[in-house]
Design a protein around this ligand. Structure first.
Ligand SMILES: C[S@@+](CC[C@H](N)C(=O)[O-])C[C@H]1O[C@@H](n2cnc3c(N)ncnc32)[C@H](O)[C@@H]1O
Length: 397
């Protein structure tokens, strides 16, 4: 371990990197899976855990992009202290044999270290010089599929060196064979669903479902399907990997999965035939074709649902191109009208990046949660759709 020893009971200090706006709900997910000492930060949450929990987070978390394990922290006020600190941070003889490739990711700055690419080169040089001293050989660099992925964060004269347990981003679940128009990232979609509080016991509909991300993530949450169970993680090659503990966590996750007949009605409308097919392809790749129904139709032509309560989730088009505006205003106006007429008693959650369009719904939001969708400042808006009031009782004259 690095220069600071950790409490024996909680050997891991970790950071979950999260989408902006999902820091609190992401912290709740970490807590539910057994992490301790959780502190939400900007686009991240720090936590402490034992090794079993750290493995569990990799297998069961839905919201983080990545999970980092802190290995060392050291004073860093420039290039030289970075170089020396990296060389002493870990027992590299154990952790980085020249037969392993690696990659270095950098965030933050220090004096003379203002460009992450340049800082990463300094870290790489420190590591390969150390390897040459030890073995007379060096690792190769692999930016796409490294065997070890290091993360260095520079902040206020300190460097934190961490290992990334997954390498590739955890938002890639592997089901997205096809990409529709402006798809949501899978972890953002999962976080949005968690924010609705939907518990999987009532129906869920997406009237503009695109490639089906919200529906797939919602169903995966309801049925406790974990996307990463068959994935290969970089932590499996770490020097202190505990295969028995990992197998136990794999079995635990498998046991939590629910049969598909436990799901309520989950339905999406998509007007574009090609995108509707992409949604179906993604749903089958996720193994959820028995549960999620995609109807290729304009939501304006869809029949009213039979159920008198449920959740509507929606990520309608925002229109970034000039000239889209009046057409989109009309679409939002009609969406609002259809929802008021047919979905009384349901909850609506809508992701919007455009206030003017949202105003065209003519609905009053109960809650507005700021989230970032691929850098675009958006709101996840909650509306309660009222049941149409009963016919007024005729007054006697
Ligand atoms: C922003 S995209 C949704 C992306 C989706 N959340 C995903 O992750 O793939 C909006 C989708 O609404 C569809 N759409 C637009 N107007 C519609 C309508 N009247 N009825 C049904 N779908 C519509 C578009 O074809 C587009 O695929």
């Amino acid at each position: 371990m690095g220069s600071k020893s950790r409490q024996a009971s909680l050997p891991i200090q970790g950071v979950a990197v999260l989408p902006q706006g999902l820091e609190d709900i992401g912290s709740q997910e970490l807590q539910a899976l057994g992490a301790k000492q959780i502190t939400p930060r900007r686009r991240a949450a720090s936590f402490a855990s034992d090794m079993a929990c750290f493995y569990r987070l990799h297998l069961q978390c839905r919201l983080p992009f990545r999970l980092l394990r802190e290995m060392a922290r050291f004073h860093c006020d420039g290039r030289d202290s970075l170089y020396d600190g990296v060389q002493q941070a870990l027992d590299w003889e154990r952790w980085l044999h020249p037969s392993m490739s690696f990659r270095v990711d950098v965030t933050g700055t220090a004096p003379g270290l203002n460009h992450s690419h340049f800082t990463a080169l300094q870290v790489k040089n420190a590591l390969i010089d150390r390897q040459r001293d030890l073995w007379g050989q060096r690792s190769s660099i692999d930016l796409n599929e490294p065997d070890l992925c290091l993360h260095v964060h520079l902040h206020r004269g300190e460097a934190i060196l961490s290992l990334d347990g997954s390498g590739g981003s955890l938002h890639r679940r592997g089901y997205r064979a096809a990409v529709g128009v402006a798809p949501l990232k899978e972890n953002l979609a999962a976080g949005l669903i968690r924010l609705t509080g939907w518990d999987g016991s009532t129906p869920l509909t997406d009237p503009c479902c695109g490639s089906g991300t919200l529906l797939i993530e919602a169903t995966a949450i309801a049925l406790q399907r974990f996307p990463a169970l068959h994935r290969r993680f970089l932590l499996e090659s770490w020097a202190d990997f505990e295969a028995d503990l990992w197998d136990a966590e794999q079995r635990r996750a498998h046991k939590r999965q629910q049969p598909t007949n436990k799901a309520p009605r989950i339905l999406g409308y998509e007007q574009d035939a090609k995108i509707a097919q992409q949604a179906r392809d993604n749903i089958s790749a996720a193994g959820l074709e028995e549960v999620i129904e995609i109807v290729q139709a304009d939501f304006r032509d869809a029949p009213a649902p039979e159920e008198d309560h449920g959740v509507v989730v929606c990520n309608p088009p925002y229109g970034v191109r000039l000239g889209d505006s009046s057409e989109l205003q009309e679409l939002y106006r009609e969406l609002g009208a259809v929802l008021k007429k047919d979905y009384g008693g349901w909850d609506l959650w809508l992701l919007s990046g455009n206030r003017e369009l949202t105003a065209a719904l003519r609905l009053k939001a109960k809650r507005r949660i700021p989230v970032s969708n691929g850098g675009l400042d958006c709101r996840w808006l909650h509306y309660e759709l009222n049941r149409p009031s009963a016919d007024p009782i005729p007054q006697e004259n």
